[in-house]
Design a binder for this molecule. Structure first.
Ligand code: HEM
Length: 273
């Protein structure tokens, strides 16, 4: 795994966007974790009962998919019967590999666009809304992200060393500990009055893997969920989370679904510092 699950190191700084990328090892990120059985059982559930909502593939993903299947044999993936369709092969991959997977390939103008994915544990976004879109449009709903980082993200992704792997982390908060926060499941309301044991931190460890043969990129997302009540037993963690929330721009607070609870949550965290 990218970091020890309990190394909840939010930076001790005001909230800001950052590339925050560090070198990663594909097999460490995509390979088996101690949580494998639970994660794969839940992935199977969503991919078998509702595959159209959690997986999608365009014809332009063919080369990328084949390249990832080959790489994934090192991460514990066993290819299914030869001759099955690209969608069936994608579903197999998504049921055997723990992280969510998004495939991107350069479009006619050289912009990386989403061509396939298996996303069972999204944080309030739909894979099906993103199919065929360049990354800048994928990030469109995130307030100010493209203005602050869009060109750095593009430059970085198009200049990656072939075969290179990088990792980064995003975080968010949710009102339940479910892995799957697909928007079609509805936003579970915050409990009022709020208490810290009704808030969960969703840490998304992300890997960006350049695919030298197909010219594509594999984006992996590994989700780790922890109770904020438990995390806030560390005064330092409570203080860092409170600082990030206090300094987060209002439009980002809205995007992250924290409008109703920001002040209350900061006050609760302050009691732990
Ligand atoms: C260095 C590269 C990247 C950076 C710095 C970055 C940064 C971010 C940030 C800050 C958010 C907002 C999340 C939050 O705070 O709640 C976000 C959302 C998102 N990112 Fe990225 N990202 C990167 C690469 C990618 C890639 C390669 C993909 C692949 C498709 C991707 C897909 C998404 C999606 C789907 C969302 C949610 C958008 C929505 O809510 O509709 N990101 N990203």
């Amino acid at each position: 795994m990218l970091q020890e699950p309990d190394a909840w190191s939010l930076p001790d700084e005001d909230y800001r966007f950052s590339l925050g990328i560090r070198p990663g090892i594909p097999r460490t990120f995509f390979g088996p974790s101690p949580d494998r059985d639970r994660l794969l059982a839940e992935r199977r559930h969503w991919l078998i009962t509702d595959s159209a909502r959690y997986a999608a593939i365009l014809p332009s993903a063919d080369a990328c998919l084949a390249e990832v299947e080959t790489l994934a044999t090192e991460w514990g993936f066993v290819a299914g019967e030869a001759g099955s369709s690209a969608s069936e092969r994608l579903l197999e991959l998504g049921q055997q590999i723990e992280p969510d997977l998004v495939f991107l390939v350069p479009d006619a103008s050289g912009l990386l666009a989403v061509v396939a994915g298996c996303v069972c544990f999204p944080s309030f976004w739909r894979l099906t809304d993103k199919m065929g879109l360049p990354l800048e449009s994928v990030h469109g709903p995130v307030p100010q992200l493209n203005a602050f980082l869009g060109s750095s993200i593009h430059r970085y992704l198009t200049q990656m060393k072939p075969g290179g792997c990088w990792v980064r982390t995003n975080w968010g908060l949710a009102s339940r500990p479910d892995l799957n926060e697909h928007p079609d499941r509805g936003r579970h309301p915050w409990k009022q009055p709020l208490s810290l044991d009704q808030v969960w931190l969703r840490r998304e460890d992300q890997a960006i893997l350049s695919l030298p043969n197909s010219g594509g990129v594999l984006f992996g997302i590994r989700l780790i969920i922890r109770s904020v009540a438990e995390l806030a037993q560390s005064p330092e963690t409570a203080s860092r989370l409170a600082r990030a929330l206090r300094t987060m721009p209002a439009e980002m607070v809205r995007y992250k679904g924290l409008d109703d609870i920001r002040s209350e949550l900061i006050a609760l965290l302050d009691t732990r510092i």
